[in-house]
Design a protein around this ligand. Structure first.
Ligand SMILES: *[C@@H]1O[C@H](CO)[C@@H](O)[C@H](O)[C@H]1NC(C)=O
Ligand SMILES: *[C@@H]1O[C@H](CO)[C@@H](O)[C@H](O)[C@H]1NC(C)=O
Length: 257
C-alpha cells in the first residue's frame, strides 16, 4: 500500500512538470532600467512579481516597438523558450507610431490594422514593414502554438494630468491590441484604461510625482501603481494567468471595467 502511494505520488510529480513562467515583452514602460543610465526609474514589469506566485522573466527593453522587437529576434527568443503552460504578456504602442518617411527610425510600423505592408530601408537594409496588429498576431500565434497562454495588453497612458486636468483618450493601439488578441485566441487586458482610471482617482499631485522625468516614464512608485492596475485588470478578466495572482480582487484598488 505504501509502495502504491509512492508510485502514485511519483506519477503525479512527473506529469505536472516544472512550474510555469511568465515572460514579458514590451518597451521601456515595462522594462528594467528603461529610463536610461543614472535614473532610478523602473518599468511596471519589475513590480508584477510581487502579485504572482509564479516566476516573472522581464524581457521588455526600452525603445522597442512591435516592429523592432520582431526584427531583432526578441519575440523569436521567447517563442523558442516558452513551454506548454507558460504565459506571455505583450504590451507595445509607445514607439510604434510616427512615419516611415522621410526618415525611418526602425520602430514605426506600417499604417493600418490588417495585412498592409510598407517597403523601407533601415540601417542600409531593405525591410518589409508590417502593421502593429500583424506583428502582435504573428508573435502571439507562434507562442500559442507552443502551448503558451498569451495576454496582449493596451499601452500605458502618458501622464493624463499633464495639462492640469485629467484627460485620457485611448489611442489606436488600444483597439489594435484588443482586436489582435481576439483574432488569435489570446486574452486582452485594457491596461491603459485600468491605469487611467486609477490615476484619475489618485489625483494630479500624486500622479505628477509618478512622472519625474517626462510624461511617459514612471518612478518606481508609479510603476508599482501601473503594475497594480494590470493585476486589477487580470483579476477582473478571464485570462488564465489570474489563477496565479496572490491578491484578492477586492484588495487591489480600483473597479472592474
Ligand atoms: C499583492 O500582495 C503582495 C503581498 O503578498 C503585495 O506585495 C503586492 O503589492 C500586492 N499586489 C497588489 C496589486 O495589490
Ligand atoms: C497561487 O495562488 C492562487 C491564489 O491563492 C492559488 O489558487 C494557486 O493555487 C497558487 N498557485 C501556486 C502555483 O502556488
Amino acid at each position: 500500500m505504501q509502495f502504491l502511494r509512492l508510485l502514485a505520488f511519483v506519477a503525479v510529480a512527473c506529469t505536472s512538470g516544472s512550474a510555469a513562467t511568465v515572460y514579458l515583452a514590451g518597451d521601456s514602460t515595462m522594462a528594467k532600467n528603461g529610463g536610461g543610465a543614472g535614473t532610478v526609474w523602473s518599468g511596471w514589469g519589475e513590480f508584477l512579481k510581487y502579485s504572482l506566485n509564479i516566476t516573472v522573466v522581464n524581457q521588455a527593453i526600452g525603445g522597442r516597438s512591435a516592429r523592432s522587437f520582431s526584427r531583432e529576434g526578441r519575440f523569436t527568443t521567447i517563442i523558442n523558450t516558452v513551454k506548454s503552460g507558460d504565459f506571455v504578456i505583450i504590451e507595445f504602442g509607445h514607439n510604434d507610431g510616427g512615419s516611415l518617411t522621410p526618415t525611418d527610425n526602425g520602430r514605426t510600423d506600417c499604417p493600418g490594422d490588417g495585412a498592409q505592408t510598407c517597403q523601407t530601408t533601415f540601417d542600409g537594409v531593405s525591410e518589409t514593414v508590417l502593421t502593429y496588429p500583424a506583428y502582435l498576431k504573428n508573435a502571439a500565434s507562434a507562442m500559442i502554438a507552443k502551448g503558451a497562454k498569451v495576454i496582449i495588453s493596451s499601452p500605458t497612458p502618458n501622464n493624463p494630468w499633464e495639462g492640469g486636468s485629467f484627460v485620457y483618450t485611448p489611442n489606436r493601439f488600444t483597439d489594435y491590441s484588443r482586436a489582435a488578441a481576439a483574432a488569435v485566441g489570446a486574452s486582452f487586458v485594457d491596461h491603459g484604461q485600468y491605469t487611467a482610471n486609477r490615476f484619475q482617482s489618485l489625483g494630479l499631485s500624486t500622479v505628477d510625482s509618478y512622472y519625474p522625468n517626462d510624461h511617459t516614464h514612471t518612478s518606481p512608485a508609479g510603476a508599482n501603481t501601473v503594475a497594480a492596475a494590470f493585476v486589477k485588470g487580470l483579476l477582473c478578466g478571464s485570462a488564465p494567468l489570474k489563477t496565479s495572482v496572490k491578491n484578492a480582487t477586492a484588495s487591489v484598488p480600483g473597479s472592474c471595467i
